[in-house]
Ligand binder design. Sequence first.
Ligand code: NAD
Ligand code: GLY
Length: 369
Amino acid sequence: MTRTVPVGLGDRAYEVVIGRGLLDTAGARIAPFLKNGRAAIVSDETVWALHGPRLTAALEAAGIACPAVIVPPGEQTKSFAGLADLSDRLLALELDRGDLIVAFGGGVVGDLAGFAAAIYKRGVDFVQIPTTLLAQVDSSVGGKTAIDTPRGKNLIGAFHQPRLVLADLDVLATLPAREMRAGYAEVIKYGLLGDFAFFEWLEAHAGQVLSREPEALAHAVARSVEMKAEIVIEDEKEAGRRALLNLGHTFGHALEAETGYGEALLHGEAVAAGSALAFRFSASQGLCEAQDARRAEAAIAAAGLPTRMSEVTAKPFDARTLVRHMGQDKKAEGGRLTFILARALGDAFVAKNVDAAAVTAFLQTEGAL
Ligand code: NAD
Ligand code: GLY
């Protein structure tokens, strides 16, 4: 069964289509958005080797010319150098403003190709075909596109909404289990931040989702996308409520910064540990019940995800260094720390003006030096 979630953003409205076998129908679904019958596919080497032939065949069968630009996999591709290379290769294809870019991959490809689409010849349309669980439930929806710089992640970017998102659950069959778990961290985030009933459903169905049981997976992706769409419609440019989607990210980014944004700690794993830390910090400040923090932690741990800094590194982090990373986080305004904290499971809120000394002391109780 195919599920469609509308993202009602006026003249930038689009649909997120979730289901099985969608790659094979991509030609007919993308054709209405083409002016010249041409779409350039951007993908990474891994995704392209596994699923490229199916997508190409589907687009060609619909009469769509689809040259491909294949980039190396990995976060380092989301850089100025990666953007320059991709832009140059799109220019070499003589892609013009009536053509479309198809971002076919995980969050790295989606963020990079989306940003390239935002600035290529002052902006071309693009379609997201996300191939990781993280990209299907989060990064492909909502129009945030960006690259990293040596000063931090996602610091240069643009809001550029896709024209369509096709989340084909079948492509997740080839996703390594660790990447599946990392994406699940973003799924559980939705339950934790705003839907207690979904959180309870995930407590009961984590195993089915992670083993890619079709009905459970479809429900987890669709409910996550519904929640993201609802928040993005209300607050597209993150003036307020959209910041809730950053639950676990302020702690998580600090851990990622210390571990080098790579294989040592995947983004989703950092979000998992960060969410557990955010709940425990909330409990330590008397904002939520300790039993809620314990239950959040248990649900994250049950998915095989880290909840403690000691699971991320054998050598303790330095609490002040972590807090310094948080201060540089782009959500920090005027040196004050902003966190997404919790009143209860399914009830997160934006906390501005959080005292850095309280965070430092909390991290020390958690084992940081
Ligand atoms: P990723 O794109 O690096 O993909 C992870 C790995 O899985 C890569 O090696 C990739 O080649 C491989 N892969 C992808 N699909 C596969 C498949 N179907 N089968 C086998 N292997 C596959 O990482 P990600 O976790 O998808 O995305 C992380 C990025 O997303 C980060 O850069 C993060 O900043 C960004 N992000 C953006 C937003 C947003 O709103 N724009 C939200 C969350 C995360
Ligand atoms: N992943 C956070 C957001 O899209 O706002």
